[in-house]
Design a protein around this ligand. Structure first.
Ligand code: FAD
Length: 413
């Protein structure tokens, strides 16, 4: 692993900086970029405009193949572009679910017509997408899903409920997995579709979160009609597409998602905050804690670089990529909690005007439990590492070999 850019990477970085300099303002010192996973109103408008600008100059979705409007760039080049873009005062990318997870699924399993129709507007963010996978009884065990699709001529009729659907209220299209054969084993009776989110029979109900935003939704389907041409992959073979989506989700979350406020902000806070009558940074217990965060974060950073290095040498992402999220998400939560403790009474409030860094540590702390769930909970990541990296015995399964309809359940199917 070499921390310096190769000559090719240095040339790519230079090209990216030149384009950014010509098209955006550098962030003023101390100014923070807005963050978010779903947006409304002005933020969404600004994010779409920035995405379209990038698309015009081929800086959108740079890892997508050239035939779909990308640059066929490497993961390393994506990191380089993201590093440089983060230094500019531009809106966040609110389109990661479509561009990072659903687009690659359409590329891998979609028909030529689907690729033609959907990928370009997705890349430009002219159309926004959501992922309709989770249900009240199907989260970690996604193959337990119960939303049904029944064929009626050249359409499918969908009934059921999805939950935790990020950005559904802003979305034009959704990718949905449904049960099409309950007599088959649970992974074998699933079919994957593209659904128009404006279809009659879809009701989106936002969920009010603890941090006051409304990024997720419950989505109800009552006799929603989806044309067969919107099916992705073969009937009852939707698990294959779902796995493609999930692999891309793990890769995008595992490969270094932003920490929001980080160690530099914590250091600044410790220098500026009084703790037992002197700057907190002078207190040995505070210094020890910060040093502890520092080495763990460095370890994560280098683990991430190691993964990127092997990716750039042609390796495919393996289960060890789960380490980044498994360690990083709780670490972010602990760091934010410690920063709030340093703030004394102000730490307990969530008013941006009354708290250091405009409440960014509070927001980070309130948002971090979600990071520990999305894309695989802590427990599931531990299971993956135990079984697939350490080779420990697998979980005992009561549903192996059974048709979905025969799996014992405590609730209505
Ligand atoms: C920020 C965020 C955004 C999300 N966005 C979307 C989205 O856009 N679209 C979408 O479809 N979904 C989305 N989700 C849902 C997410 O995929 C699920 O929350 C996740 O899969 C966990 O499922 P669950 O919440 O149903 O928990 P469950 O699977 O019911 O788990 C409950 C608890 O049991 C534990 N558990 C379950 N099985 C095992 C096991 N085998 N061994 C040990 N422990 C186990 C879990 O780890 C957890 O602690 C989002 C979630 C979050 C937090």
């Amino acid at each position: 692993m070499d921390f310096n850019d190769t000559p090719e990477e240095a040339a790519f970085r230079k090209e990216a900086i030149e384009w950014l300099e010509a098209n955006a303002e550098r962030l003023a010192p101390g100014k923070r970029r807005q963050s978010g996973i779903a947006g409304t109103g002005e933020l969404m408008k600004a994010a779409k405009a920035w995405q379209a600008k990038k698309a015009d100059s081929k800086w959108a979705c740079i890892t997508w193949p050239e035939e779909f409007g990308g640059r066929s760039a490497s993961s390393m080049q994506r990191v380089i572009f993201n590093e440089e873009e983060a230094k500019f005062d531009v809106p966040p990318n609110l389109f990661g679910i479509g561009q990072g997870m659903l687009g690659p699924t359409i590329m891998a399993h979609g028909t030529p017509e689907q690729k033609d129709r959907y990928l370009e507007p997705m890349l430009r963010a002219d159309e926004v997408w959501c992922q309709l996978f989770s249900e009240p009884s199907a989260g970690s065990d996604l193959a337990g899903l119960r939303t049904t699709a029944v064929q009626d001529g050249d359409e499918w009729v969908v009934n059921g409920q999805k939950i935790w659907t990020t950005g559904a209220q802003e979305s034009d299209w959704g990718m949905i997995v449904t049960r099409t054969d309950p007599t088959a084993k649970k992974h074998a009776g699933i079919t994957y579709f593209i659904v128009d989110m404006k279809s009659p029979g879809i009701e989106v109900r936002p969920i009010h979160q603890i941090n006051d935003s409304r990024e997720f939704n419950e989505v109800f389907f009552s006799d929603v009609r989806i044309p067969d041409k919107n099916r992705v992959g073969a009937v009852n073979d939707g698990w294959r597409g779902a796995i493609t989506t999930l692999m891309n989700e793990r890769a995008s979350i595992g490969s270094g998602g932003s920490m929001g406020v980080g160690i530099k902000d914590l250091l600044k806070l410790a220098r500026e905050t009084e703790w037992n009558g002197r700057p907190a940074i002078e207190d040995p217990s505070v210094r020890e804690k910060i040093a502890d965060f520092y080495w763990k974060l460095k370890g994560l950073e280098y683990t991430g670089y190691r993964a990127l290095t092997s990716l750039s040498k042609g390796a495919t992402p393996g289960p060890e990529n789960s380490i980044g999220k498994m360690v990083g998400a709780p670490l972010r939560q602990d760091l934010a909690a410690f920063a709030m403790e340093l703030q004394g009474a102000a730490g307990a409030t969530n008013d941006p005007g009354d708290t250091p860094f405009g409440g960014a540590f509070q927001q980070s702390w309130l948002g971090s439990p979600g990071l520990r769930l999305a894309g695989g909970t802590d427990e599931i990541l531990h299971n993956i590492l135990a079984e697939r990296v350490l080779g420990l015995p697998g979980e005992i399964r009561a549903d192996k070999g059974l048709a979905f309809q025969d799996i014992p359940t405590g609730s209505a199917r």
